[in-house]
Ligand binder design. Sequence first.
Ligand SMILES: [Mg+2]
Length: 126
Amino acid sequence: MKKILVVDDAKVVRMVVSQILKRNGYQVIGEAANGREAFEKYKALKPDAVTMDITMPEVDGIQGLKDIIAYDNQAKVIMISALDQRDALAEAIRHGAADYVVKPFEDDRMISALHEIFGDSTPVEH
Ligand SMILES: [Mg+2]
């Protein structure tokens, strides 16, 4: 089972993302509330992928992404953004983000992004 680290400053969003992941056969190995925590947990837990919010206090998701990619250039990080964050998303993709999902969540979009980065072409079933 692929292990995912879920990063968002909003607890309710972490819950929603975690539920989507678990429903679709992924293991949520940990959660983090900002980019610094994300980097620390990435090193400690070695997840197969990360879902990374962009706007978070202290250390945002772009910096979290940069730190993770600098540490592991094979890291699979999916950015989670609000609709109006195109510039930040473009920066994230430039810095090695694997993909992005726009809030509010579309389950299918998140799961197909994960299938894609893991090279799994199995269609999403409900
Ligand atoms: Mg946020």
